[in-house]
Design a protein around this ligand. Structure first.
Ligand SMILES: Nc1nc2c(c(=O)[nH]1)N[C@H]1C(S)=C(S)[C@@H](COP(=O)(O)O)O[C@H]1N2
Ligand SMILES: [Mo]
Length: 320
């Protein structure tokens, strides 16, 4: 166990990176700037002891790797977590009220047995993997994150799906003591709470769909959805619901928060698609956090080989 008490938002880039690597990188960045290169800079991995949280035991899944990771400090200080704030730098400052220690997920609905499982039990029962995934927010920014987690399918199989299981709904914990903005109701609320999201059953059972309990080798920072959050890398980021406590399996399509807020702008599927514009902006490009230039967005966020088959008979413009 290696628990560091320093809060993540107190870390600077020079803290999470060895000084030698940091300086080498700065030199590289200067060279790149002179050469006019623009894409992501080669990222040095911060030393594990500099990352807050508890160390997790996991294997590295080499099938999911990327040339450069987004810096730890970017991933943990540029967040969307409306239960705390609408500001990108809000969650990292305010999420200290979240208490992720005593936490379980309840699974109900079209399952063979309703079960409630503690997060620590899941961490010890299911094989944890590190998977480096691209993550694309519908707002047009993106990042590359070394998640630690396990496939959602492991958990759903544990409950056992019935033949009527067609959709899955996820819910964030409803507890205004931990999530202060949940106290606001009606037009004062950032969005209707609790946050809910959904997937079709084949999407939920897909091996790419992860339940993440950590990043950069340690337990999840509160602002990233501690202690457990969904990660669906071929869909816009809002599908990846944070701080989850309830999974409900159903026969019919269920509500999802952004679809309720604005169905014209946020569809149920929300697969990353550069050809389908958001009504107020193009989705053709994205800005990787920390990069100077935008890059082209790929269909299904670059995971088409794995997931396109699930949508082969669907009109992706209609079912956006
Ligand atoms: N409960 C909850 N989950 C959420 C959100 C939120 O506001 N509340 N924001 C979503 C959005 S829009 C994005 S882009 C990602 C951001 O995850 P990150 O802060 O770890 O980058 O979380 C998603 N999950
Ligand atoms: Mo997002």
């Amino acid at each position: 166990m290696n628990i560091i008490t320093k809060a993540p938002w107190q870390l600077k880039e020079s803290d999470v990176t060895d000084e030698k690597i940091y300086n080498e990188r700065r030199t590289l960045m200067k060279i790149a700037a002179v050469a006019g290169a623009g894409a992501m800079m080669p990222t040095a991995l911060p030393a594990s002891s500099d990352i807050p949280g508890t160390t997790l035991n996991f294997s590295k899944n080499s099938a999911y790797h990327e040339a450069s990771l987004t810096d730890y400090d970017k991933i943990t200080t540029y967040n969307n977590f409306y239960e705390f704030s609408l500001a990108k730098d809000g969650p990292s400052k305010l999420a200290h009220t979240l208490e992720p220690e005593d936490w379980s997920i309840e699974i109900t609905g079209e399952v063979e047995k309703n079960i409630t499982i503690d997060v620590n039990e899941m961490i010890s029962k299911f094989p944890l993997e590190e998977r480096i995934y691209r993550f694309r927010c519908v707002e047009g920014w993106s990042m590359v994150v070394p998640w630690v987690g396990f496939e959602l399918s492991y958990l759903l199989k544990k409950a056992g799906l019935t033949s009527k299981s067609k959709f899955v709904q996820f819910q964030t914990k409803n507890d205004p003591r931990m999530f202060p903005e949940q106290n606001k109701k009606g037009f004062l609320a950032n969005i209707p709470f609790p946050y809910v999201e959904g997937l079709r059953i084949d999407e939920a059972m897909h091996p790419l769909t992860l339940l993440s309990v950590g990043l950069y080798g340690k337990t999840l920072p509160k602002q990233n959805g501690a202690p457990i959050r969904l990660v669906v890398p071929w869909k816009y980021g809002f599908k990846s619901i944070k701080s989850m406590t309830h999974i409900h399996v159903s026969e019919t399509l269920t509500d999802s928060t952004w679809n309720i807020v604005n169905p014209r702008e946020y569809g149920f599927y929300s697969n990353v698609n550069p050809e389908v514009s958001h009504p107020r902006w193009s989705q053709a490009k994205e800005r990787p956090l920390g990069a100077f230039f935008k890059k082209r967005t790929e269909i299904f966020n670059g995971y088409a080989d794995e997931v396109a088959g699930m949508y082969k008979n669907m009109d992706l413009r209609k079912n956006f």
